[in-house]
Design a protein around this ligand. Structure first.
Ligand code: PGA
Length: 242
């Protein structure tokens, strides 16, 4: 695992965007796994700036997002489709048919999960998966559990996760209780994993994820087994690492 620690948010975002754009420059038909949440916003902003400066094109790229809430209308401002449109998709030349997000409003959610996995399989697996880290060690919405699920599935969100995400909603009551998430098996099959974590409130979980025992109680700890894991941290998130 390669761990890089940054004193400046700008440098961290530049590094993250540079890894993603490097993959697209090397392979214009790259398959990217994308994430939402507060953490990647600066990386997407940097990526959009680099795209506008003509450094690369997303025309041949295919993307798969990690997750989506169940039951939020697609145009709801907090749906992950809306997030991706706002922060990345509407600014770049990625054809809309190549930008995949699980459909949390599908009439048959189990069938939607299978369809999503088939799409990823057809695309030939992910070249890069971008990940944030939940306070409880979740990746995507793979919450701590006795056993983790390999493929895309419906998940009941942990109360801690709903509370963490309540900052984006008018009240906790409006945070959805379920989501669709890519499974840990798919994430671990990605050729490269880019884990990005910021903030002192994540320092404990960063230590557990990267230096603690590998356990399904902390899904991110499974990333320790990945041969190409790149971790970008700000100084505060890194402060408890030995
Ligand atoms: P955040 O979420 O980037 O909003 O902190 C990370 C996560 O829960 O995976």
């Amino acid at each position: 695992m390669n761990v890089w620690v940054y004193d400046s948010d700008d440098k961290l975002n530049e590094a993250g965007a540079g890894i993603i754009s490097g993959i697209v420059q090397t392979n214009p038909r790259a398959v990217l796994g994308l994430a939402t949440g507060g953490t990647p916003v600066g990386i997407y902003k940097q990526l959009v700036g680099d795209f506008e400066r003509g450094m690369f094109s997303f025309r041949g790229v295919t993307t798969f997002n990690l997750d989506e809430y169940v039951g939020l209308p697609e145009n709801h401002p907090e749906s992950y489709r809306a997030y991706m449109n706002e922060h990345l998709f509407r600014h770049i030349d990625l054809p809309s048919g190549q930008a995949h997000i699980p459909d949390g409003n599908a009439p048959d959610l189990e069938a939607e999960c299978r369809r999503y996995d088939e799409r990823i399989e057809d695309a030939g697996q992910l070249d890069l998966q971008l990940l944030g880290l939940g306070h409880n060690g979740h990746i995507g919405f793979n919450e701590p559990a006795h056993a983790l699920i390999k493929g895309t599935h419906v998940v009941d969100l942990a109360e801690e996760t709903r509370k963490a995400n309540a900052r984006f909603f008018p009240s906790l009551d409006e945070v959805p209780r379920q989501a669709l998430t890519m499974g840990v098996g798919t994430i671990l099959k990605s050729k490269t994993i880019l884990l990005v974590v910021k903030g002192a409130d994540k320092a404990d979980i960063v230590r557990r994820a990267l230096q603690g025992p590998i356990t399904t109680d902390c899904p991110a700890s499974l990333l320790q087994t990945h041969p190409h894991l790149v971790v970008l941290l700000d100084r505060a998130a890194a402060e408890k690492l030995s």
